[in-house]
Design a protein around this ligand. Structure first.
Ligand SMILES: NC(=O)c1ccc[n+]([C@@H]2O[C@H](COP(=O)([O-])OP(=O)(O)OC[C@H]3O[C@@H](n4cnc5c(N)ncnc54)[C@H](O)[C@@H]3O)[C@@H](O)[C@H]2O)c1
Length: 381
């Protein structure tokens, strides 16, 4: 067994996602476990090269984790032939420029979603990567959540019969920043900086629906800015110009109707921060981040509507927990390992820039649906 090391340029590691999920929980965790194991038993370790705008912040992270390479000069990091992969977790609005540069430098690209702010740019990225012959991938972490893996298992096992509908509920209260600090960055609430919950969440819902239930044929969305002013990281009040809630209806192939609410202005009365209820002719399931519970047709109660009587049935007791039956690793790390195998030994990696572009397209059409107040067909990319 041999171990080789490849350089990975990581841009945006001072951010929430770049630092926690991608550097610490994926790249460093992969090295701690001895690398990514290839099909022949060989291993690949990753040498992160941290890139960002602030040398002090990069130095702090590098020191804390014993990382030797960091720079504010992206061009220099891309110039080294030892660096095979470019990873981007910058703010969305900064992504296209940096990714195009990395493609031009011949790096294989892995990027956070959304890959761009517009469908046109997202397609241009996919085309540029293909033309240059570099591998490309987009983060689609929700597919690897234990709850959704259990849901996929139910679908593959034929549990539902014919799937009729999906109801997704995502969100939590994001503090305005006045009397309690906001728990998300302020750019998320400014359209001019790439913010907005449609652009943030519809790319996720796109790959979840496409992978679990089927192609999306149309979208109707109502996007709203419920909280018009917020307070930023410096304590300054700013106008929230981006949508902070979106109420979407999607028609999927096979006649499935999916309804998904996404909101940073909702208080959680659920078991998890995201939950999907799937109803089928033979059974129903409610899947969250970790858990999934089911009710088979044979265990379905027969409620009769009578508002004059108090409800006696405890409806939630009639559901059964789906067992883990497997070990679930961190989804971000699993996807990193798959991308490294894709780069090094050409293993399959379906979550490519073309799929990322379809996610951006759904966000763009969702916003157009909102602006025009009508249902929009989704053309196939
Ligand atoms: N996969 C997921 O579940 C998930 C979750 C949240 C965010 N994201 C995506 O990850 C990306 C980063 O989001 P985040 O929440 O980590 O953001 P963040 O604000 O915490 O981090 C942004 C990073 O980009 C850098 N940056 C580069 N140019 C910048 C500029 N002009 N202005 C401000 N910052 C700049 C910052 O220094 C920082 O390192 C976004 O594209 C977002 O859509 C993905």
């Amino acid at each position: 067994m041999s171990v080789r090391t490849i350089g990975v340029v990581m841009n945006g590691v001072t951010g929430r996602m770049g630092y926690r999920q991608h550097l610490v929980r994926s790249v460093l965790a992969i090295n701690e476990q001895g690398g990514v194991t290839l099909s022949d038993g060989d291993r690949v370790k990753l040498r992160p090269v941290l890139v960002g705008r602030n040398a002090d912040k990069l130095a702090d992270i590098a020191t804390k984790h014993g990382i030797s390479d960091f720079t504010t000069d992206l061009d220099a990091a891309l110039a080294s032939d030892d660096n095979l992969i470019y990873f981007d977790a910058q703010v969305t609005s900064a992504r296209v420029k940096a990714v195009l540069k990395a493609i031009e430098a011949g790096k294989h690209i892995y990027a956070e979603k959304p890959t761009a702010e517009s469908t046109q740019e997202a397609i241009a990225l996919a085309e540029a990567a293909t033309a240059k012959g570099v591998k490309n991938g987009v983060v689609q972490d929700k597919l690897f959540l234990p709850g959704l893996l259990k849901l996929k298992r139910l679908i593959d096992g034929g549990f539902f019969g014919r799937i009729l509908s999906v109801r997704g509920e995502f969100g939590y209260w994001v503090f305005e920043g006045d009397w309690q600090e906001a728990q998300r960055p302020s750019w998320n609430y400014r359209a001019e900086d790439g913010g907005g919950i449609v652009l943030d969440m519809f790319p996720h819902w796109h790959y979840v629906m496409e992978n679990l239930f089927g192609r999306i044929q149309s979208v109707y969305a109502q996007a709203v800015t419920h909280v018009p002013a917020r307070v930023d990281e410096q304590g300054n009040t700013y106008q929230a110009t981006a949508d902070d809630a979106a109420y979407g209806i999607f028609e999927l192939e096979g006649g499935i109707v999916a309804q998904i609410n996404s909101s940073w202005t909702v208080r959680v009365n659920r078991d998890e921060l995201v939950e999907f209820q799937v109803d089928g002719t033979h059974g129903s399931a409610v899947a969250g981040l970790r858990n999934c519970r089911v009710q088979h047709r044979s265990a379905t109660p027969k409620p009769v509507w009578n508002p004059d009587l108090p409800a006696t049935a405890r409806f939630r007791d009639g559901w059964q927990e789906v067992p883990d039956n497997a070990e679930f690793d961190n989804g971000f790390k699993i996807q990193w390992e798959a991308f490294v195998r894709h780069v090094v030994e050409d293993a399959p990696f379906p979550n490519d820039f073309a799929s990322g572009a379809r996610g951006v397209q759904l966000a763009e059409l969702g916003l157009r649906s909102n602006a025009e107040g009508r249902r929009i067909e989704v053309p196939q990319l």
